[in-house]
Design a protein around this ligand. Sequence first.
Ligand code: NAP
Length: 293
Amino acid sequence: MQRLQSTFKMPSILASTLPLNSGVIIPRLHLGVYMTSGRECSSAVTYALAAGYRAVDSAEWYANEAEVGSAINAFLASVQNQAGLKREDIWFTTKLKSNLSYDATRKSIKQSIKKSGLGYIDLYLLHSPYGGKQKRLECWRAVEDAVREGECRAGGVSNFGVKHLQELLDSKPKLVPAINQIEVHPFNTQSAITSFCAQHNIVVEAYAPLARSLRVNHPKIKELSKKYSCTWAQLMVKWGLQKGYIVLPKSVNEQRIKSNAEVDGFEITEDDMKVLDGLDEKLVTDWDPTDAD
Ligand SMILES: NC(=O)c1ccc[n+]([C@@H]2O[C@H](COP(=O)([O-])OP(=O)(O)OC[C@H]3O[C@@H](n4cnc5c(N)ncnc54)[C@H](OP(=O)(O)O)[C@@H]3O)[C@@H](O)[C@H]2O)c1
């Protein structure tokens, strides 16, 4: 992953990485592929890799692990891969659909690896805390063992609220989750969860970082995009990056995929970051399991 920094000409954020609590290095910007399937998913992944993205966020639930994996493998083998990238230069995240049992989780991980055709998973997440305490902890043990056995390079959780994270830490896990993937953007800043993650060295991945384009015409977003001469989407991506999060914008459009990563040329001031934080209205774009039992 590191060597990309010297071999690629692309927006520098696409070569930017950060270390997880296990020492594994992860890219800062990933392509999201929720609600994409078939050809649309394959082409989005191909556009993204050609634009310099090095990470894709998939899930068992999205039913596109096969498309993501085959688009990655096809890109690596293609003439477009002028830099000679290898499998280890691309980050593949996928997630467990349901917290059922230790054995079912181990089986799901193996199936995701097989479907993707990528040989291993870079980051495996419990997609949600649903299922109750016993199942959450049991499924987490399965992720720990899959990491230990090399099926996954890193493990984490998604949609975990503070109580779920605390419960996991109280269970004295062999592996502290490296990531909590949650909905985060200026219209839902999730300050309680993000502070807890910062205290415990758990990196936040910001999903729905564009708030699903539901606030494109918000006057503050318009005003600040104009001030920074950027698009509303670039402003939202930059906010997440400046917060220190890994950001996962989704698009299937080639131009938008490129443009969402072109955020090197400006820095949001501290005052404007506060203005953006002030837009919080706890907007939920999809689901919010962070308070589940
Ligand atoms: N763990 C979880 O429970 C969870 C839940 C939701 C999402 N996620 C992850 O996070 C990723 C991103 O979240 P999301 O897909 O919900 O929403 P998002 O990234 O906030 O927004 C995606 C929407 O914005 C549009 N868009 C993207 N770039 C644009 C641009 N520059 N100008 C105008 N419109 C633009 C996309 O349309 P086009 O495609 O047509 O460009 C799409 O409709 C997902 O794909 C998934 O990987 C995880």
